[in-house]
Design a protein around this ligand. Structure first.
Ligand SMILES: Nc1ncnc2c1ncn2[C@@H]1O[C@H](COP(=O)(O)OP(=O)(O)OP(=O)(O)O)[C@@H](O)[C@H]1O
Length: 304
């Protein structure tokens, strides 16, 4: 579905995407995980044929985005980072009007619109205008709209940014269903739980480069320990404990508010902390996540 080699996007002197390689297979849910400014959207815009690569090779659906952009776009579904729904139209009309861009005959457009509204659980809002909808509803409508041309490949740029947890979970559930139907999904996110829940495979991006690639489980197994111990020491700076706790676990990463101790045996590591005579004000043993992978690879957190 997507093939890229040495893909570069520059804005003047600034390199936003710095020579990335990737391949996405049919039916995959593929993610770009990285903090703000990593180059995820710039990559998505090249894949969506709305931004021309500065250098490198890019093929989408086995076509050349520069020469065959319109043909590719006809087979893509795009859900942009900020909703650009038409506020003058109803929910239903937003779908049927969009269908016209693809030359879908009116009766077929109406049939698809009704089916998609059912799918995103917005049938009851069919006659409403867009403004009164919640953020989560607008996102679901954007996703329905992206599906109107029955695309082979769906691009979702930060599908749940700004939504409350409940709205996010509902959206994930719908995206998961799309994936089960065999739709190829490509999404960007800076939420590690989104990447873990939805993506079969992902690339971790930082400063325009891919710093790791694989399934969420593979990335965690390769770059992190199984468990992580989070220690807090009241008002004392976590960095003050790095030396004192040296040798417990495989590494210690001080964040502003806590110390992360990486160990396959979290409880054993906590016992050792106590044996050395330290009593943290709070202790949490949890499984490692993609956030840890990002921290280990870049020394920074995904979300500030
Ligand atoms: N049109 C542009 N002109 C100049 N610089 C740009 C342009 N678009 C993006 N950039 C810069 O390129 C870098 C990567 O931006 P991009 O939007 O691709 O990152 P991102 O990973 O998607 O982050 P975000 O989550 O904030 O969208 C940023 O430093 C951004 O300021």
């Amino acid at each position: 579905m997507i093939y890229a080699r040495g893909l570069v996007k520059r804005f003047g002197e600034f390199t936003a995407v710095d020579g990335i390689d990737l391949e996405v297979a049919p039916g995959e849910a593929f993610g770009f995980l990285g903090p703000n400014g990593a180059g995820k959207s710039s990559t998505m815009r090249m894949i969506g044929c709305v931004s021309r690569p500065t250098a490198g090779e890019l093929r989408i659906l086995d076509m050349d985005p520069v020469r065959e952009g319109p043909a590719i776009r006809g087979r893509l579904g795009v859900c942009p980072q900020t909703d650009n729904l038409d506020p003058d139209l109803t929910v239903f009309e937003n779908l049927t009007t969009y269908a016209r861009y693809f030359g879908i005959p009116r009766p077929e457009a109406r049939r698809r619109a009704a089916e998609l509204l059912e799918f995103v659980q917005l049938t009851e809002k069919s006659g409403s205008t867009v403004d009164p909808l919640s953020g989560g509803m607008k996102r679901r409508l954007s996703i329905a709209r992206a599906m109107i041309n029955e695309p082979d490949l769906v691009l979702l740029d930060e599908p749940t940014t700004g939504l409350d947890p409940q709205a996010r979970h509902l959206l994930w559930e719908r995206l998961f269903r799309l994936k089960q139907r065999g739709v190829t999904l490509v999404l960007t996110t800076h939420y590690m739980d989104e990447a873990e829940q939805l993506c079969d495979r992902l690339v971790v991006m930082d400063a325009g480069k891919i710093v790791a690639e694989g399934s969420p489980r593979h990335l965690i197994e390769t770059h992190s320990t199984r468990e992580v111990v989070e220690l807090r020491f009241g008002d004392e700076p976590p960095a003050a404990y790095v030396e004192k706790l040296a040798g417990i676990g495989q590494r210690l990463d001080p964040l502003p508010d806590r110390l992360l101790l990486y160990s396959d045996d979290g409880d054993g590591a906590v016992d050792e902390v106590h044996r050395r005579g330290f009593t943290p004000s709070s202790v949490l043993v949890r499984r490692a996540t993609l956030e840890d992978v990002f921290l280990i690879l870049t020394g920074r957190t995904l979300v500030d």
